[in-house]
Each structure stands twice: as C-alpha cells, then as structure tokens.
Design a protein around this ligand. Structure first.
Ligand code: NAP
Ligand code: GDP
Length: 318
C-alpha cells in the first residue's frame, strides 16, 4: 500500500497539462507525490463508465481537471452548443466520480472569458455570475460557470474540497496552433512562420485593438501546482499577470513578428471579428497569497514558444 498522494491530471496532454509535466520534471517533483497524466485517447470523460474505470485504475487522491472542449474566438462562436453540452457532461462526470472515489481535492479550470460582458474593470473573483458573458463564447462560458456552482454544491452537501482557478489567455509549447479553431497567439505564430517561409503577407485578424492579459503556460502550471498543494478556499482564484501588463493584439503580433524574424508586410483583416474588447482581470487575491510572485517576461515566453514550435513543427497541433 502506498501512502503517496496520487494526482490525476485530466487533459494532461494539452497546453496546460504539458506545462505542468514540464514544471514537475524541472525541479518541482516531491517524493510523496505520484502524478498521472491522462488524455482523451486513454479515457473519454464524456462517458461515465469510462470515467469510473479510469478512477478505479488510477485511484487518485487529488485531481487537476483540465480536460475541456476549447477554442479561440471562432471555435467558440461556431460550436456554442457542442462546447456547452460536452463540457457540462465532462465536468459533471469528473466531479461526481471524484466525489464517489473520495478524492481529497479537485482543482478545475475556469477562464476570464466567462465573466459578464458588461462589467466594471478590473474583474475580480466575485463577479463570475453577475450577468451574461460575451456572445462569442456563450456556451463555453456557461458550462464553465457551472463548475463553480458544482464546487459549491459539493462543498455544502458533503464538505468536498473542489475548487477552481481562473486563468487569462494562456499560450506556450504544446498550444493548438490551428488558425481556425485555436487561440490568437498560436494562430499568429503559425501564420507568421508560414508567411516567412512562403514569402507572403502576415495577416492578423480584426483591428488589432482588443486587449488581453497573456499568461505563459509554464507560469500557470507553477501556480496550479501551488493551488493544489496550498490553496484551501472553494472560491475561485484568478491567475493573471498584472493589469498594467495587458497589451493589444497589435502589440502581441509585433512581438511574434520579431520572434519569428518576419520582415514582410503585416495586414489587419477587418473582415474578421475583434470579439470581446477586453476582459481585464485583477490578480489582487493571488498577490495577497503570493506577494513576491513574478511572471515570465512576455517577450521571453513568446521566444520559448516560437523555438518550441519550430523544433516540433511536424507534430505540433496546427
Ligand atoms: P487543450 O490544449 O485543448 O487541452 C485540453 C485537453 O482536454 C486536450 O488534451 C483534450 O484532448 C482533452 N479533452 C477534450 N475532450 C475530452 C474528453 N471528452 N475526454 C478526455 N479528455 C478530453 O486546452 P488547454 O489550453 O490546455 O486548457 C486546459 C484548461 O484550461 C481547460 O479547462 C481550459 O478551459 C482552461 N483554460 C484555457 C485557456 C487558454 O487560453 N488556453 C484560458 C483559460 C482557461 P484531445 O485533444 O485528445 O481531445
Ligand atoms: P478570446 O481571447 O477568447 O477572444 O480568443 P482568441 O484567443 O481567439 O483571441 C481573439 C482575438 O485575437 C480577436 O480580437 C481576434 O480578432 C484576434 N486575432 C488576430 N489574429 C488572430 C488569429 O490568427 N487567431 C485568433 N484566434 N484570433 C486572432
């Protein structure tokens, strides 16, 4: 019999799951912990029987729940119903089975795009349910908000320690670099890489004016490990860079251009949507817990991501 904590990471081969693996492999492992990363190939979490079998096999004491149907602006717009239904089912299965197996703690992932569209800035953790989300991610957002509802119900009913983090826009190695259904930085890196290789224009969608707080996946990974080990609240916690580190899509595109070494024309395609203008989030609560917290410089994180992408071009999602 082992007395180790067994931590099951759902969605373990995605952007955030891979970053957690990287951070653990680079100095964060502890002898009293065994980490198990699972993917949709091993277990389809929309199926309750399969989810039960996975938990029976792994016997987790803790869960980091990342698995989700997720997309960027256009992925969300075009799959609202599918993202709502699939994510509701996955989340209900994972939390119900975690409860039935006596899991001591579950940390799930919300997102700052799920906050009300009409809200005062900066957004904080208390505002999640204060009004409808932006139209562009309606289904995804409501499904994510229900995780917070489930966490509170499980805690009230059974005392379960099920909590959540709320990251801003994440990017890094192992991102989905697909232009149609991925997020902006993955899409921009892929497009700038192809524009340099093919000697064509680099096309950025929209006006370039929307604002985002970009979060490096490896910074998020470190903080999710901290949440798992040390954060005791059921209430969500926003994981975000500082408000003053918010940048425009145009500024982000210029940094990608530099990292790729693209010298050609940059075009803004205003036939494409801008989506939500901003979702500026406060990291005040996080900083209260971790006053000395530092994030990787955006330019450095983009460079590492671009280097990873170039090295793994063949097998990267795109
Ligand atoms: P990702 O790279 O797409 O990873 C998600 C993983 O979930 C994928 O590996 C996927 O596996 C798996 N998955 C999907 N459906 C599944 C199913 N039915 N059964 C089992 N696994 C399934 O996404 P990510 O960016 O790492 O996101 C991780 C978490 O962070 C998500 O909960 C997301 O909502 C949240 N988040 C992400 C961002 C962001 O900007 N990326 C921002 C805020 C919050 P397959 O690919 O094999 O289907
Ligand atoms: P959001 O942050 O949830 O809105 O989703 P995204 O990560 O997809 O970012 C969308 C913003 O980036 C919008 O303002 C888009 O117009 C802009 N954008 C510019 N180029 C791209 C691109 O190649 N892919 C994506 N997904 N968005 C882009």
């Amino acid at each position: 019999m082992t007395s180790k904590n067994v931590i099951l990471v759902t969605g373990g081969e995605g952007l955030v799951g891979s970053a957690i693996k990287f951070v653990l492999d680079n100095g964060e492992t502890r002898t009293e912990e065994e980490w198990v990363f699972t993917s949709s190939k091993e277990c389809d979490l929309t199926k309750l029987t399969d989810t039960n079998k996975l938990f029976e096999k792994v016997k987790p004491t803790h869960v980091i729940h990342l698995a989700a149907k997720i997309g960027g602006l256009y992925g969300n717009l075009e799959n609202s119903l599918q993202y709502f239904r699939t994510n509701i089912i996955i989340n209900d299965n994972v939390l119900a089975v975690s409860h039935n197996f006596g899991v001591k703690k579950v940390v799930s992932c919300l997102s700052t795009c799920i906050f009300p569209d009409r809200v005062s800035y900066p957004i904080d953790e208390k505002m999640i349910h204060d009004g409808p989300p932006h139209d562009s991610n309606f289904g995804y957002s409501y499904a994510k908000r229900m995780i917070d509802v489930l966490n509170k119900c499980y805690n009230k009913t059974y005392g379960d320690i099920f909590t959540s983090v709320v990251p801003t826009n994440v990017f890094g190695p192992h991102d989905n670099f697909n232009v149609e259904n991925g997020h902006v930085l993955g899409g921009l890196i892929h497009k700038a890489f192809c524009a340099k290789r093919d000697n064509t224009d680099f096309v950025v969608w929209g006006t370039g004016s929307p604002l985002r707080q970009f979060l490096y996946s490896r910074d998020l990974a470190r903080l999710m490990i901290w949440v798992l080990r040390s954060y005791e609240e059921i209430e969500p916690i926003i994981i975000s860079v500082n408000v003053e580190d918010e940048i425009s899509i145009k500024e982000a595109a210029e940094i990608v251009v530099k990292a790729i070494g693209f010298k050609g024309n940059v075009i803004y395609d205003t036939n494409k949507l801008d989506g939500q203008f901003r979702k500026t989030a406060s990291n005040r609560k996080l900083k209260t817990y971790l006053p000395n917290l530092k994030f990787t410089q955006f330019e450095d994180a983009i460079k590492e991501t671009v280097d990873w992408y170039m090295k793994h071009f063949e097998e990267a999602r795109k």
